[in-house]
Design a protein around this ligand. Structure first.
Ligand code: ACM
Ligand code: ZN
Length: 762
């Protein structure tokens, strides 16, 4: 291959900085005139150990052109139309952690490549096979460009350009929860291809959970005979699992696309399905069932019983045989310590080992597992909770409860994968995490030295599936995964959302062509609502981005609207609201309907635009619009994360409103959210007081909760007090916090939340 390894010095005229649509954006892209058009004589020439990649390229070109392409390692005369893949493979560059300082700062992740596209040839060169592969993925995105797709196959053209490209982070992942809902093997293979197309390299496969055990383990057949199946509320059975043969196929398919499959075997919590199969793994030994609710549950593996460790090391030995990944994810999140506190064996273990508490018992648990995995040559990754009692030196932390755990781990010298709920939770709706939000994610927290920054290995987007069966997953992952792919590959170039979104528009066509049922990029409408201090609310509805079609109507109701009334939705976009009402908005985009209806709830009243004083500040996570949110006339929905519920943890809620004028008060009411599983409890009672001057107060009544505290599910609880007309300018509401999670709860003893949407005065 001498002839090809010469540096070809070509002066290319007419270089322009061109538009391209590649995601993630390459480091540099310089366009020139002309196109490379593959024809029946095009040969793929291989220089270096990248024959597998060359074959993938031949398959790709064949699928798009219908032609067969010759792959050759140096015996053929290339003629005048060829694609040369030059790979000078060197040792893998992902540094060991903590490792040699100089080396770590100076090494770059695998995957860099250069590609020159001329009218008669393409030269793709890289130092590693990953680089060749990513160059091919760039070719694939160019071929999938809709202007190519619309042509007859043989006319596919690749615009001439010089591309330099390299990833910033070595760990670029997607977590897919196949437990809450089961995903077919074919679906996972499709996701492997989609990950590869966007130059992601980690498939984090969440395989065990309270609601289902999904991986075949020969030594413990009941895990899949019992643990893979749950009885749903309606009496039907739901489940499934992956056989070893399925798993080997997926792992090999991923490997050929330079994707590491990291299996997650959860411990000590999120393990009800395993305990249902083998009840003696739990502290009580009692039979439990594979869970059919969502939440956090108190039955976890017993840490005082050797049987748990025999079981888990047996399971992990089989897991290590299946997955070549150097990392095994052991979970470690959300493990309530209630059972361990009550368990004789766990308590005996704490005493014998001289441990301070149950957090240290979890550390003992994780360290034993990590030591076993080390004998198999594997390191552990765990959720940030495992930091709580100390962790093994080479453990990697995946930070989900914000960035703080990751920050702490990076300071301590651990490798870190960032996936904070604020930017990376794709199970969340667009109201909390839209495309722009994901795009603005920065995985490197401020305050780390250059060396500590190298501990940030990258990030993952997390697709939890409590509310997403397989057919909804595309709509949650896309297009948001495009943003995370650019964050993890192209960072820290100056990123510009508008420029990125221009490229995303082309990818909507590409994703259509690939059969991906992507969702909307952002909440499709802006609802602009204000009351200007009057007792009416003005509402304006506007499409939030190009291509959205909007229809809306206002109904005089807060509850469900009969389906037949929804035909009243029209293109009217401005409303004046004088009484309790519901705005309903329906939108569509590229032939897709936004899931469900967008609803806003209003209750205009006399205290709107009053001045609100809060005895305790609200949580920064649930501000509901800030200080005056409890007197703005806007109510919350049946989703406590909708941005209209104000939340406060562990404290009572005392709210005073100065209406600015004295009125005859006849009704004072409020609403609280209840969702025991999420630690949100309605108050047992609410006290209402009124005052004319803000100094002398009169208690006008106490309203007790009209719902059972143990009620499962999530719902809104109203508190209403009617009084004979009384003059007042000031209103005060005191809502008692329910207190700690009760004993029957799955996280007993933890502080609970109060969520309120409005203090309505009439
Ligand atoms: C998690 O979301 N519990 C890691
Ligand atoms: Zn125990």
């Amino acid at each position: 291959m001498k002839v090809f390894s010469l540096v070809v010095a070509i002066v290319m005229a007419n270089y322009v900085f061109a538009q391209h649509h590649i995601i993630p954006a390459p480091s540099s892209y310089l366009a020139s005139s002309g196109n490379f058009i593959p024809n029946e004589k095009t040969i793929i020439l291989v220089d270096g150990p990248c024959i597998d990649e060359a074959n993938l390229l031949a398959d790709l070109l064949k699928s798009q052109t219908g032609k067969n392409f010759l792959v050759d390692d140096g015996t053929l005369n290339p003629g005048n139309n060829y694609i040369l893949l030059q790979c000078q493979e060197k040792a893998k560059s992902i540094p060991d952690l903590p490792g040699d300082i100089e080396k770590r700062i100076n090494t770059k992740p695998a995957g860099a490549y250069q590609m020159k596209i001329f009218p008669d040839r393409i030269i793709l060169s890289a130092k590693d096979r990953e680089g060749i592969f990513y160059g091919i993925m760039t070719i694939k995105q160019i071929i999938l460009n809709p202007t190519n797709l619309k042509k007859p196959h043989q006319d596919i053209g690749l615009p001439c350009a010089a591309i330099r490209d390299e990833p910033v982070f070595p760990h670029r992942g997607l977590l897919l929860d196949c437990c809450r809902h089961f995903m077919s093997k074919e679906f996972i293979l499709k996701y492997v291809d989609l990950l590869a197309l966007y130059k992601m390299n980690v498939f984090h496969w969440h395989l065990t959970e309270d609601q289902g055990w999904r991986i075949q383990i020969d030594k413990y057949p009941l895990l899949t005979e019992v643990g893979a199946w749950r009885r749903e509320g309606d009496g039907t059975t739901y489940g499934g699992f992956y056989t070893k043969s399925d798993i080997r196929e997926i792992v090999a398919y991923a490997q050929s696309r330079h994707i590491t499959v990291i299996p997650e075997i959860e411990m000590p919590g999120h393990s009800l399905a395993a305990i249902a199969a083998y009840p003696t793994l739990g502290c009580t030994g009692e039979q439990v069932h594979v869970e059919n609710n969502w939440g956090v549950f108190k039955d976890i593996y017993c840490a005082g019983d050797e049987e748990s460790f025999v079981f888990l090391t047996d399971v992990l030995a089989e897991v290590c045989d299946l997955f070549p990944s150097p990392f095994i994810h052991i979970g470690g999140d959300e493990a309530p310590k209630f059972r361990w506190e009550q368990c004789e064996r766990c308590q005996r273990r704490i005493k014998e080992l001289g441990l301070a508490n149950e957090a240290e018992l979890q550390t003992y648990f994780i360290e034993r597992i990590a030591a076993f995995l080390a004998t198999k040559g594997k390191k552990i990754i765990g959720w940030d909770e495992i930091l709580e009692g100390g962790i093994p030196a080479d453990a990697i932390i995946q930070s989900w409860r914000g960035m703080e755990g990751g920050m702490r781990a990076a300071l301590e010298g651990h490798g870190v994968v960032m996936s904070p709920t604020s930017h990376c939770y794709f199970d969340y709706g667009l109201e909390s995490t839209d495309l722009r939000e994901v795009y603005e994610f920065d995985p490197v927290p401020a305050g780390l030295t250059a060396l500590q920054q190298t501990n940030i290995l990258g990030g993952e987007c997390n697709m939890w599936t409590e509310h997403a069966p397989q057919e909804l997953v595309d709509s949650k992952v896309f297009p948001r995964m495009l943003a995370i792919s650019e964050v993890l590959w192209t960072y820290p170039q100056d990123r510009n959302y508008d420029e990125f979104y221009n490229r995303v528009k082309t990818h909507f066509d590409i994703l259509d062509d690939l059969g991906v049922q992507y969702g909307f990029p952002v909440v499709p409408v802006n609802v602009i609502q204000n009351h200007s201090g009057q007792e009416a609310i003005q509402v304006k509805v506007k499409g939030a981005f190009e291509g959205v079609e909007v229809r809306a109507a206002v109904f005089p109701a807060i509850g469900e609207i009969p389906q037949s009334d929804l035909v009243a939705l029209s293109t009217v976009d401005s409303f004046t609201i004088n009484s309790p009402s519901q705005l309903v908005v329906k939108t569509s985009f590229r032939g897709k309907e936004y899931p469900g209806l967008i609803r806003r709830y209003y209750s205009p009243h006399s205290a709107m635009a009053g001045k609100v004083e809060l005895a305790e500040p609200f949580s920064p996570y649930y501000p509901a619009g800030g200080n005056n949110a409890l007197a703005d006339g806007f109510l919350g929905s049946d989703n406590f994360r909708d941005g209209f519920w104000q939340g406060l943890s562990g404290k009572e809620m005392k709210v005073t409103v100065d209406m600015g004028k004295t009125i005859d008060v006849t009704t004072i009411s409020s609403r609280f959210f209840h969702y025991g599983n999420a630690w949100i409890f309605r108050p047992n009672l609410v006290i209402f007081e009124i005052s004319r001057d803000g100094v002398e107060w009169k208690n006008v009544g106490t309203v007790h909760a009209n719902s059972d505290e143990k009620s499962s599910g999530e719902f809104v609880v109203p508190y209403e007090l009617k009084v004979s007309p009384q003059k007042a300018r000031f209103i005060r509401m005191t809502a008692k916090n329910y207190g700690l999670n009760p004993d029957w709860h799955d996280a007993p003893g933890e502080p609970t939340w109060l969520f309120c949407d409005e203090l309505v005065v009439k």
